[in-house]
Design a protein around this ligand. Structure first.
Ligand code: UDP
Length: 419
């Protein structure tokens, strides 16, 4: 789909692509939306991303790049809102969207919704506008419920997701596993699901010289650094990472560095601090707080290993970022970890995720040189560029647009997929 300019409406209602990464509801999906939009725009397509005005002072329209606009629409009070409360305001969001579209005389070829709340709006929009609806779940409520009891997702979500799984024109997932989940839990038709692995910004994430990275961040050269990067949510399994670190206390120079979270006063951070004290590892845990993504590369390069201890991930972008920065990864068997870490040289997947087994795997990377240069580690993820994601996405758009009678021969549409 290189020759025809597409006009795409992306919906990311609850989470802004320019939000604070690493906080409660803002993480991989925001990165995904902004990176994909930028890459599609680089190829001449025009993208409007619609998100909810959430209290931060924002102009209604922000120009993120040439051909990428971020449009803030009002839904409910202008402030932070719980995701389930937001559900009750989706109709307002849709009305604002319609008004904006009419005022600007906009036409879209396709709607790409991110997360189930957006897909609900996307469904109304595509029915009214008679264009295809592409939907990415990002996380699947039913799978979250079956893997992490403490993140019990309400029935409303799973019921809505089930309906959306059966009615959207095309569903895109990052892994074959997620495809299987949608078929198993929601009865989605295999034919409608396309698999497009996620990407990493290879310009931003590249190996720094370790000594320099540590000096810059104030870490000493002789400590063994185990790094976590991400939101502080129960699903992320930081508790079992801490337990794993407790098994490694005999390593005198061990440091667990936690990047992300909503600040020291947030209940999640306080809970983790309490756990660290309970496990008697508080002296070797550093809470860095959330970091702007542009400042993350030295953290990855300073670390001996990044750990992804999650109970559930739909993909797991931080693993790609660490590897692109030359740092190996130890992960539980979630998201794309098995396909990214296949072969076991650049990292390890710990199948049952027990703290003791996590500790064993982490130990391999903190007990001296692992025989790999950072550039060898990075080489393993060069195929995950956002440019490749955009190409695969355009192929998927091509498939669904052709079903809507878009003239593929005249427009140079990709061949598309017959899953
Ligand atoms: N991130 C960040 N600053 C932080 C913590 C996380 O920029 O303090 C970014 C990180 O670089 C990654 C994203 O947030 O791109 C997290 O994505 P991931 O897929 O790992 O987790 P998700 O948030 O989707 O569960």
């Amino acid at each position: 789909m290189e020759s025809e300019q597409l006009r795409i409406a992306m919906l990311s209602v609850h989470s802004s692509p320019t939000g604070e990464l690493g906080t409660k509801d803002t993480g991989g999906m925001s990165v995904y939306v902004r990176e994909l939009a930028r890459e599609l725009a680089n190829r001449g397509h025009v993208i409007d991303i619609y998100t909810r005005l959430n209290g931060s002072p924002q102009k209604q329209i922000a120009q993120l790049h040439e051909n990428v606009r971020l449009i803030h629409l009002r839904a409910g009070a202008n402030g932070q809102m719980n995701k389930m409360a937001l559900y009750g305001h989706l109709d307002e969001f849709f009305m604002e969207l319609e008004k904006f579209k009419a005022r600007q005389s906009l036409h879209y070829d396709l709607v790409h919704s991110h997360y189930w709340l957006s897909a609900k709006v996307g469904k109304w929009a595509t029915e009214r506008w008679e264009v295809p609806h592409v939907f990415m779940f990002h996380t699947v409520g039913a799978v979250k419920n079956s893997t992490v009891g403490s993140e019990n997702e309400p029935e409303l979500r799973t019921t809505m997701e089930k309906k959306l799984a059966k009615t959207c024109d095309r569903i895109l997932v990052g892994t074959d596993e997620e495809r299987g989940h949608l078929i198993q839990h929601y009865g989605a038709s295999p034919k409608t699901i396309g698999v497009v692995p996620c990407g990493v910004n290879l310009d931003l994430f590249h190996p720094w010289e370790r000594t320099q990275a540590r000096r810059r961040l104030g870490f000493t050269q002789d400590e063994s650094i185990v790094l976590y990067v991400g939101r502080f949510a129960p699903v992320k399994g930081i508790d079992r990472l801490m337990e794993a670190v407790a098994h490694l206390r005999h390593h005198k120079q061990l440091r667990l560095v936690l990047v992300g979270g909503d600040g020291n006063a947030a209940p999640e951070s306080q809970g983790l601090e309490r756990l660290a004290r309970k496990l008697s590892i508080q002296e070797c845990v550093t809470f860095v707080g959330r970091i702007e993504q542009d400042s993350l590369p030295p953290y990855y390069s300073a670390a001996d290993v990044l750990v992804v201890p999650s109970y559930y991930e739909s993909f797991g972008l931080v693993a790609l970022e660490a590897l692109a920065s030359g740092t190996p990864v130890v992960a539980t068997k979630v998201g794309a970890m098995e396909s990214i870490l296949r072969g076991g040289t650049i990292g390890q997947v710990v199948s049952n995720g027990s703290p003791r087994l996590l500790a064993k795997s982490i130990e391999k990377y903190i007990s001296g040189p692992n025989g790999l240069t950072p550039h060898e580690v990075r080489a393993s993820v060069l195929r995950f560029s956002w440019a490749n994601v955009a190409s695969a996405m355009l192929d998927q758009y091509g498939t669904v647009l052709r079903e809507y009678g878009f003239n593929s021969t005249a427009t140079g549409l990709g061949k598309g997929h017959e899953n």
